[in-house]
Write a protein that binds this ligand. Structure first.
Ligand SMILES: Nc1ncnc2c1ncn2[C@@H]1O[C@H](COP(=O)(O)OP(=O)(O)OP(=O)(O)O)[C@@H](O)[C@H]1O
Length: 400
């Protein structure tokens, strides 16, 4: 059971505030699309509109080509999993999971606990519901918890119950609003893997909302980055990392954050950083920003094409990798982070350079350029091949 979802020009205002500014995105059947963006950008509002919980002011939603704008939530064939799980506290896990099916398959009289058993012709429906509940409970491994109440469960177990309740109707589309954010860090990492696996097994379309870029990057087929009521870029995780269309995307995706350095291109496009010519040309004139991911920077061994004088301030050991926190005076953000291997660190310490001036550098082909308006510019001319950048990106786990 799966479906395409087409979101076209969705508008929504709350009072004078325009929360969604004509949002459009087409989602393929079986895709795992994540809406990611900072708090307040409108992600949850869009998801609620998709679910039919609130009406949009303009634009249209189609599921498998058919407009659903006029349909109430129940008739849209979508299931939503909330951050709060929204379980019924007075019901057992079994009853919580069965509720969506009871609402759909049993007459209103038959839903009453005692009276219901006397309503003729409903026992087959009850047996089928019990069977469906057992099946989904097995899928998310909560069979042993079916007779407990939500208060008797851990956060992770509640999360599974909420998933099971969403799954039991076999919807074509799952909508998930920050479903992992109430879990501790370790469990969140575990559940990321489980959700990806569940998505693969079910083959349904998942639309997932999070403000956590690591969640977005690790689970999704594609990531839609939202800011201030607009989708700025929709791309695969590796593409949005390597080819951000906008400096805001470059900053939001990637951890540690991309380093941004002020630069200028003269009337011939010759680029200089901190007044020093780089020997490269950009297809622009005036102010620009050079973006350098932490892993494309290294201590300069004389071969770097872009060199920035910095001071090493702090060393943060992450195990295999090490982060070097530097300060520089080249303009832009004064702090710069390098991700190097532990072996590189050895070399650096041998030189006894902590708190001393260190030249750091990158290949010009690894730089991402952004114009004064924040939009991405073509790379530096005469730069090293972009394969170098792709190699550097591919070698590192995103957001690790
Ligand atoms: N019912 C409402 N009435 C008034 N304003 C609302 C309502 N719902 C949302 N908003 C506002 O719309 C904006 C977007 O909210 P939304 O919940 O969609 O953001 P979000 O991106 O999901 O953020 P978060 O990650 O914090 O949940 C916010 O400024 C919010 O205050």
């Amino acid at each position: 059971m799966t479906a395409t979802v087409s979101i076209a020009s969705i508008e929504k205002s709350f009072g004078a505030a325009r929360t969604l500014k004509g949002v459009s995105v087409d989602i393929a059947a079986g895709e795992f699309l994540t809406l990611v963006g900072p708090s307040g950008c409108g992600k949850s509002t869009l998801l609620r509109i998709l679910a039919g919980l609130i009406p949009q002011d303009g634009g249209s939603i189609r599921i498998d080509g058919a407009p659903v704008d006029h349909l109430p939530p129940r008739a849209r064939d979508v299931s939503m999993v909330f951050q709060s799980y929204a379980l019924y506290p007075h019901m057992s896990v079994r009853e919580n999971i069965a509720t969506p099916l009871k609402v759909r398959r049993l007459s209103s009289a038959a839903r009453w606990p005692l009276v219901g058993r006397m309503v003729p012709g409903q026992s087959a429906a009850r047996a089928a519901i019990a069977e469906s509940v057992n099946q989904v409970a097995a899928q998310v491994e909560i069979e042993a918890l079916l007779d407990r109440r939500p208060a008797q469960l851990s956060g992770g177990q509640r999360q599974r119950v909420a998933l099971a309740r969403a799954m039991v109707r076999q919807p074509r589309v799952f909508l998930m609003d920050e479903p992992l954010s109430n879990l501790d860090a370790r469990l969140r990492v575990h559940m990321r893997g489980e959700l990806s696996e569940l998505h693969r097994r079910l083959g349904a379309t998942f639309i997932y909302v999070t403000h956590d870029q690591v969640e977005a990057m690790t689970m999704s087929s594609r990531v839609a980055l939202m800011m201030d009521g607009e989708i700025i870029q929709v791309a695969t995780p590796s593409d949005i990392y390597a080819n951000p269309v906008d400096v805001r995307v470059a900053r939001f995706i990637g951890s540690p954050e991309i380093n941004l350095v002020d630069a200028r291109a003269d009337t011939n496009g010759q680029v200089s950083i901190a007044g020093k010519a780089t020997g490269f040309r950009a297809e622009t004139v005036g102010a620009l920003t050079v973006g350098l991911r932490p892993e494309v920077l290294a201590i300069d061994d004389g071969s770097s094409e872009i060199v920035i004088d910095s001071r090493l301030q702090r060393i943060e050991r992450l195990g295999h990798d090490v982060l070097l926190h530097m300060r520089h005076d080249a303009g832009g953000k004064k702090n710069m982070t390098l991700r190097v291997s532990a072996a590189d660190l050895e070399k650096l310490q041998a030189n006894g350079r902590l708190n001393e001036n260190v030249a750091i550098g990158a290949r010009a082909g690894s730089a991402l350029l952004f114009g004064a308006d924040g939009k991405r510019l073509p790379g530096l001319q005469g730069a090293a091949p972009t394969e170098l950048m792709n190699f550097a990106m591919g070698r590192r786990a995103v957001g690790a």
